[in-house]
Design a protein around this ligand. Structure first.
Ligand code: FAD
Length: 459
């Protein structure tokens, strides 16, 4: 008999996990603390749109959803870099035909919930998990909205339970509080973020290049923008919380306007109600969470952000959570219903990969903010792109390994990225590099520095 599965959190990862489990023949109950976003048009969570890339798409493909989601996505073929002098330069993300996808978080979540229900998943909204009794295998939910009962909170039993309740997971806390030697690390970066909207132009036209992720890199500050199907763009503004020019100091309309005039002059004309948006929209923080163990015997595991929250600078948090579901799906296939083995291997294999993408994401923060406008960095990227073109199996830029190569584990991508970066740091010291950069012997000498070892492939 297959165990009955309970999942806390019907966000992106919990919903996809429920589909994987239902497709494997499990009876699944999905509990979500918020109201049904499809009826209440409730706030879907952090960030209005997201970049979905090949790892996420592969996980969706395994349950037959990739084509449906591609239809609601906008391809972004590269970065449009906006400089202070208002010029815009386009940097492709990878080779011809490689791109990432802007997708609305609420639309994606809605499709996943609809599909989960079609697969037989029973969803309970307004159910907030507040306590877990690991000895008796019982979970308690506080009810809200239309679900409130005179008798108070509801307690249910469980056989197999997943915590997919996000970065500030209540299930993780319950696991941690009743676990000997539970490791927990949480780091905040010094920047906060606010979302702003560039409205659509006449007839839902796009006021900037539609098929690109826009970046305004300004060392201490950064603005990015992703396109939405209605012609608007969702911008995310990253600014330090404290310091000389920080969110703390941007307290009046005039201060905000002057800041934008000096830092992002071209955006002012695109957002007529900029200051209203700035003061109305919430300021949020960005956290990395690393913890272990993720699993408990044969009955519980954390998944998605609940297991590994990361900063968004590689656009991989959701993609990584979707990959968790895919790997778990493969392990169910391998070990049948032996959940002790499945969960042991799930956490053992995913933990190094989650740690690696967490570190890569923090590194990419510096790269996006400080370096995307630096000519030396751009030259390095051009040389690396040329190396990839000439030696596609030997030199794969770190971004491509993470974004377009789901067969490469994140942990290998990190290792390879560090090795390649060390080599490039030396190479960039070559005198007269501009003159030799396209020469065959120059490129060959770089590749020769790689002591190529076989990669461990994802299952
Ligand atoms: C600004 C920003 C931009 C991002 N951009 C990208 C991107 O471009 N690409 C990408 O791949 N990732 C991106 N991410 C990361 C991505 O948002 C997360 O990795 C992803 O949402 C994780 O999904 P999840 O289901 O694990 O968690 P969540 O999306 O947080 O979902 C958790 C769900 O659990 C529910 N819940 C919480 N507590 C309880 C409880 N006690 N009981 C029951 N339910 C509960 C919540 O209401 C929510 O529905 C970004 C993140 C941020 C902050």
């Amino acid at each position: 008999m297959k165990k009955e599965v309970v999942i806390a959190g019907a966000g992106l990862v919990g919903s996809l996990l429920s589909i994987y489990m239902a497709k494997r023949g499990y009876k699944v109950k999905l509990y979500e603390r918020r109201p049904d976003m499809r009826i209440a048009k409730a706030e879907a969570g952090r960030s209005i749109n997201l970049a979905l890339s090949d790892r996420g798409l592969l996980a969706l493909e395994k349950v037959g959803l990739a084509d449906e989601i591609r239809k609601i996505a906008i391809p972004m073929h590269g970065r449009s870099i906006h400089t202070l002098d208002r010029s815009v330069a386009f940097q492709p993300y990878g080779k011809e035909g490689q791109y990432i996808n802007a997708v609305s978080r609420s639309e994606l979540n809605t499709r996943l919930l609809d599909f989960a229900e079609r697969c037989g998943v029973k969803i309970f909204f307004n159910h907030k998990c507040t306590a877990v009794d690991w000895k008796k295998n019982k979970i308690t939910f506080e009810l809200s909205g239309s679900e409130i009962q005179a008798s108070g909170p509801v307690t249910i039993g469980f056989e197999l339970f997943f915590g997919a309740d996000g970065a500030f997971s209540a299930t993780r806390l319950q696991h941690q509080l009743q676990h000997d030697k539970f490791e927990y690390h949480q780091y905040y970066i010094d920047c906060g973020y606010k979302e702003l909207t560039v409205p659509a132009g006449p007839g839902n036209s796009f006021l900037m290049e539609k098929n690109a992720l826009h970046i305004w890199p300004r060392k201490d500050y950064m603005l990015i923008a992703l396109p939405n199907p209605d012609g608007s763009f969702t911008c995310t503004l990253f600014v330090p919380f404290e310091g000389e020019l920080s969110f703390q100091k941007l307290t009046t309309e005039e201060e905000v306007t002057v800041f934008f005039e000096k830092t992002f002059p071209d955006i002012l004309a695109l957002i007529p109600d900029l200051t209203q948006q700035f003061f109305h929209n919430p300021l949020s923080s960005l956290v990395t969470v690393k913890c272990y163990p993720w699993a408990r015997e044969d009955k519980f595991a954390l998944i998605g952000d609940a297991a590994h929250a990361i900063v968004p600078f590689f656009g991989q948090g959701m993609n990584c959570g979707f990959e968790d579901c895919r790997i778990l799906g493969e392990l169910i296939g391998r070990y049948d219903d032996d959940w002790k083995k499945i969960l042991d291997e799930y956490q053992r294999s995913r933990k190094p990969d989650a740690d690696a993408i967490a570190d890569l994401a923090v590194n990419n923060f510096t790269e996006m903010r400080d370096k995307t406008a630096d000519p030396q960095f751009l030259l390095q990227k051009k040389i690396e792109a040329r190396l990839h073109e000439k030696y596609p199996d030997k030199w794969i830029p770190a971004y491509s390994q993470v974004t377009f190569s789901p067969q490469i584990r994140y942990s290998d991508a990190l290792h390879n990225a560090m090795r390649q970066e060390a080599i490039m740091q030396e190479v960039m010291k070559t005198p007269g590099i501009e003159q030799v950069r396209d020469k065959d012997e120059f490129l060959q000498a770089i590749v020769d520095r790689l002591n190529v070892k076989p990669l461990t492939l994802n299952p």
